[in-house]
Design a protein around this ligand. Structure first.
Ligand code: ATP
Ligand code: MG
Length: 259
């Protein structure tokens, strides 16, 4: 059985469906990009996967278990939420925040022990933040906070990693660091990654599948099926180009045109 199954899933807020009859599977070791313009339901898809938002119709399975039921496998999803600004005086250090990633697996009674504490320090090092353990989380840069949240998501060795726009809103150098962190973690763990992003070009060499959401439509396939102007235009309109340089494809949309 696939690691994630969405079978004809429809999800609405009130009367308006955001996702309609969406079907896709994620197999072991897949790297899946979820893309689409603002408001097309990317975060809604993630919340449905996490079991937070209930579908009106269809079935969602995670690691063989339907998420609509009480499903222990949900705890095996490492999740980095879409960015929200954090109060600079938020009273927790980087280390405190990473350690909270162990709470889901510990349950209500057990406190993090030596093992979890060592794991938190190891993951902080892996995401390139060694030495910053005791920094107040709210005073880290946006990129450092994202990497901290990735470390947090990896606590307890999740079997799936889901990241909702981890490179949005950080400066270019920090974007590169966040991207390499994600790429290195995928190469090390080979757990399936679901990455919501507008920033697809740097990940295209790893991508095994793309879920492209439009308003009222969607496309699912390999990059050779989706990274085509005739498909992307269905969602992004006419201002989209696929260019090929040295055998590699790059997507240009109007989002890239800031000047
Ligand atoms: N709690 C909610 N109640 C009502 N409508 C909602 C709610 N959350 C999202 N929506 C609406 O559902 C649609 C999809 O929202 P969603 O956040 O999933 O989009 P998204 O693709 O993640 O967008 P973005 O790129 O801006 O993050 C939007 O029209 C949004 O306004
Ligand atoms: Mg979103």
């Amino acid at each position: 059985m696939a690691e994630i199954i969405f079978n004809e899933v429809t999800v609405s807020y009130g009367d308006s469906p955001v996702l309609k009859d969406l079907t896709f599977v994620v197999e072991k070791e897949e790297f899946v990009i979820i893309m689409g313009p603002n408001g097309t339901g990317k975060t809604t898809l993630v919340k449905t996967l996490l079991g937070v938002k209930k579908p009106d119709k269809g079935l969602v399975y995670v690691l063989g278990c339907p998420v609509q039921k009480v499903c222990p496998h949900r705890k095996k999803i490492g999740y980095v939420p879409q960015f929200q600004s954090i109060d600079p005086d938020f009273p927790a250090t980087l280390y405190d925040v990473v350690l909270t990633g162990s709470y889901a697996n510990l349950g209500y009674v057990k406190l993090p022990g030596k093992e979890e504490k060592e794991e938190a320090l190891r993951l902080i090092e892996e995401v390139g933040l060694k030495g910053m353990e005791n920094h107040p989380f709210g005073r880290l840069s946006g990129g450092q906070q994202r990497r901290g949240l990735i470390a947090r998501a990896l606590m307890g060795s999740p079997r799936i990693l889901v990241l909702d726009e981890p490179t949005a809103g950080v400066d270019l150098a920090s974007q590169n660091q966040v991207r390499s962190t994600i790429q290195e973690i995928y190469k090390r763990t080979r757990i399936p990654v679901l990455l919501v992003t507008h920033d697809i070009n740097p990940f295209l060499s790893l991508v095994t599948k793309i879920v492209l959401l439009g308003y009222g439509k969607h496309f699912v396939g390999g990059k050779e099926d989706i990274i085509r102007e005739e498909i992307l235009r269905e969602v992004y309109g006419e201002y989209v180009r696929v260019i090929e340089v040295a055998g590699r494809k790059y997507v240009m949309t109007r989002d890239y045109h800031y000047a």
